[in-house]
Design a protein around this ligand. Structure first.
Ligand code: 7TS
Length: 403
């Protein structure tokens, strides 16, 4: 299988000839998503939940249809789907909206050393404000969630376990149902950062085990400016609104306010309406391919890349080297070469990869590197992209005198 070559024509940006291997940062957008947003903006646009006039009703219906579509994608109840600005906002909403209510001195927050800063820094802030302590599950030598260490760290003082569904730097996929069920045994709430997981692997919230799940539209073929916080209704009911303003109230007096029902309680202000329509179209697009096929495709490319990268002189792979519990993200370094220089040379060969700490600085310290070059795959990538990557790396190696 060499990917889905037919759908490459749906992504206008690929006409530039770029070998785009940075979907972990943000994905490209297919024509059906661009057209859905354009059509909506031209024909049905107005603010939502406000006017009695036809356009506003149409816009509200489109916005709420997007919520239903997300719910169907996750096998969730639509009332449990909150639209946010993105995964970062979703995670802050849980940390501040839930954490500030339920954490105090003596309580423990458990994250991991491989978190994106979006699932670490908010917990640091909340720990500081509440007096709770923050602890981190380590990774094993091959970059996996260390289940043994996790079991040792887990006790009844742990009130929340927040971890990545798939590492944006290593590609590791922790076994969420197991981690969640252990957390639930001590009555901790489970927060899964699904920013990388949801775009690449079908997620069913009924079996995932999480209480909260955060993700962004822009990494799953949709537009920027919108994301989702899914929460189990009993968990959402424990959460205070993180932002106050229009749309989120039942009643307001000069000194007080009562909240609208969930999910509107958590959607203060004018939401990202056109973007919701785009996310709806993106999910339709992903489902038309099939999430199982997308995950298999990512893994197929990952298997080939892992094998071929191992043969390139001086290249080191950080994270799992086999396909067990991992997705299509590979971090590499080249001996004696800075990751940014590597990415610059690759760019000269038409290959776009990300270089840096990937907003996971504590993980970089664990790995003993300042930065890595990261390759990440999505539906439009093919084996030709890996050919270009490998030949670019070989050229870089020659240039830097490696091997
Ligand atoms: N969590 C993970 C695991 C991520 O990979 C990212 C973004 C976020 C949270 C934050 O998502 P946002 O949409 O709110 O920004 N990751 C990356 C990346 O790896 N390179 O650029 C952005």
């Amino acid at each position: 299988m060499n990917g889905f070559p037919d759908l490459r024509a749906d992504f206008p940006i690929l006409e530039t000839g770029v070998h785009f291997l940075d979907s972990g940062a943000s994905s490209q957008k297919p024509v059906p998503v661009l057209e859905a947003m354009d059509r909506f903006a031209r024909t049905s646009y107005a603010n939502v939940h406000r006017g009695a006039y036809k356009l506003s009703v149409a816009a509200t219906e489109a916005y709420e249809a997007a919520r239903q579509r997300v719910a169907r994608f996750l096998n969730a109840d639509p009332d449990e789907v909150i639209f946010t600005r993105g995964a970062t906002t979703s995670l802050n909403m849980v940390a501040f909206g839930w954490g500030m209510q339920h954490l105090g001195p003596g309580d423990r927050i458990l994250t991991t050393v491989m978190e994106h800063h979006a699932n670490l820094v908010p917990w640091q802030m909340v720990a500081r404000r509440t007096g709770a302590t923050l602890d981190h599950v380590p990774i094993t030598a091959d970059g996996r969630f260390d289940l043994d260490a996790y079991r040792e760290k887990l006790d009844e003082r742990v009130k929340v376990v927040a971890f990545t569904g798939m590492s944006n730097a290593l590609g590791t996929i922790p076994v969420t149902p197991l981690i969640a069920s252990l957390a639930h045994e001590v009555d901790a709430r489970v927060v899964v950062d699904g920013a990388q997981l949801v775009p690449h692997r079908g997620v069913d919230v009924k079996t995932l085990g999480a209480d909260f799940l955060a993700f962004s539209s822009h990494k799953m073929l949709g537009p920027t400016g919108i994301g989702v916080l899914w929460g189990r209704m009993d968990a959402l009911e424990e959460m205070e609104p993180f932002e106050g303003g229009g749309e989120m109230i039942a009643d307001v007096t000069l000194h007080d306010a009562t909240w609208a029902p969930i999910p509107h309680r958590f959607e203060a202000g004018t939401p990202s309406i056109i973007e919701a329509v785009g996310l709806h179209a993106a999910i339709d697009y992903l489902d038309s391919i099939g999430m199982d096929r997308i995950f298999a495709h990512d893994r197929h490319l990952t298997a080939i890349a892992l094998e071929r990268l191992a043969d390139v002189p001086g290249v080191r792979i950080h994270g799992p080297r086999d396909l067990e519990d991992r997705g299509g993200v590979i971090s590499i370094t080249m001996d004696g070469t800075h990751a940014h220089d590597l990415a610059t040379i690759l760019d000269e060969h038409g290959v776009a990869v990300r270089a840096g700490h990937h907003c996971a600085k504590p993980l970089m310290r664990e790995l003993g590197v300042a930065a890595t070059a990261r390759v990440s795959f999505y539906v439009y990538n093919t084996e030709e992209d890996i050919d270009a990557l490998v030949s670019g790396l070989r050229k870089a190696g020659e240039l830097f005198g490696v091997g």
